[in-house]
Design a protein around this ligand. Structure first.
Ligand SMILES: Nc1ncnc2c1ncn2[C@@H]1O[C@H](COP(=O)(O)OP(=O)(O)OP(=O)(O)O)[C@@H](O)[C@H]1O
Length: 345
């Protein structure tokens, strides 16, 4: 974890990614904004269906049809110092392909989905190296060995001709990390990369990512359900719900003094923040994306819902102090409107 420099590496502004489905328009990402500083770790958290993965895929230009980025900007600073708006580049263009894998790497929850079952791990790692760095066969092979050694893959050189199915889940994820980092991108997007692994392997992979982040000086956007992981690695946190940012800011503030009732709800699921020895689930379920409630998307589950306001009028994402933002009517004047019985951090 490093302090960010002034100019952000990635600036996502009002990103909207929608799916046109037979049942209607699914607004998976609907006005999401956040920034990622150089060498910074930004964690995106939220329950299932909040739009975390689609946000990640939008940045990578990997949204599958019928999904499409329909609005917003994603200004990304290239290593030559110029800035491109990723939202303005066709995802299947040569320009995007040159950025994907070279400037931005990605790892996924399920390593098998990112690996070809019919190609050796060596050939898969070498492919990106040859494409992006223009290396010949021998040099690409050496770089692949180097990449595998960096991720702690045992017997890297001897096992280049191994197929993914011959490896454990932890080793497969190491191969994916080697593939993602072989060209030393300045940004790594990690979409729940440890969720499918056992606890010990999870810890090892997390430790590996942090070490490589330090060595390569890259930023990480880390998507996770696990607030324990967030506490360990995040510089800043973005809390999403139904395609929108509910709260964002420095990790210490989000975890130590959460402002949004949704953030507090997520924390109560894993920590005894009331001090009564109990963990509490957030009541209710995430609404179906085609049945978004009017007003605040969280109003149907919020214990502090103000009838006539929260269920009718959508709150804006407002700056609370320099770096923190919250989308909640309780904070709409900059100060909380304390409702009876409510405790505000
Ligand atoms: N191909 C698709 N067609 C229609 N809707 C989709 C499609 N892919 C995703 N969505 C919808 O977009 C919304 C956001 O999905 P996304 O996968 O980004 O959520 P998430 O926060 O990453 O959840 P999880 O933690 O379960 O991965 C969901 O409502 C999902 O149903």
């Amino acid at each position: 974890m490093r302090a960010p420099t002034a100019a952000p590496l990635l600036e996502v502004d009002n990103l909207r990614t929608h799916f046109t489905t037979p049942g209607g328009l699914v607004k998976s990402v609907d006005g999401v904004s956040f920034t990622v500083g150089h060498q910074e770790t930004v964690c995106i958290v939220g329950e299932s269906g909040s739009g975390k993965s689609i946000t990640a895929r939008s940045i990578m230009g990997l949204v599958r049809r019928p999904g499409r980025v329909v609005g917003g900007r994603m200004n990304f600073r290239l290593r030559d110092g110029s800035t491109v708006d990723l939202a303005a580049i066709p995802p299947d263009s040569a320009t995007y392909r040159a950025i994907r894998g070279r400037e931005i790497g990605m790892i996924f929850q399920e390593p098998m989905s990112a690996l070809s079952p019919v190609h050796t791990i060596g050939s898969q790692i070498e492919e990106g190296i040859r494409l992006h760095l223009g290396f010949g066969a021998r040099a690409a092979r050496e770089r692949a060995v180097d990449a595998l050694e960096k991720v702690g893959f045992p017997g890297a050189r001897q096992r280049l001709n191994t197929y993914p199915f011959q490896l454990s889940g932890g080793l497969r994820q190491r191969v994916c990390i080697a593939m993602a980092l072989a060209c030393e991108p300045s940004l790594l997007i990690a979409d729940e990369p440890t969720t499918a692994l056992d606890v010990t392997t999870q810890a090892n992979i997390l430790e590996l990512l942090l070490r490589l982040q330090g060595e390569l000086g890259m930023a990480i956007v880390f998507i996770t359900h696990d607030l324990g992981v967030v506490a360990e690695i995040a510089d800043r946190v973005v809390v999403m719900y139904l395609g929108q940012v509910m709260e964002a800011g420095p990790a210490s503030g989000i975890l130590g003094h959460p402002r949004h009732p949704y953030t507090r709800g997520l924390l109560r699921c894993v920590a005894d923040i009331e001090g009564d020895g109990l963990l509490r689930a957030i009541p209710g379920i995430v609404p179906h994306p085609l049945a978004r409630p009017p007003g605040c998307p969280f109003s149907t589950r919020c214990e502090e819902m103000m009838p006539g306001l929260c269920d009718t009028t959508a709150p804006e994402l407002l700056a609370i102090n320099g770096e923190s933002r919250v989308r909640c009517h309780l904070w709409s004047s900059g100060q909380p409107h304390v409702t009876e019985g409510a405790v505000h951090g």
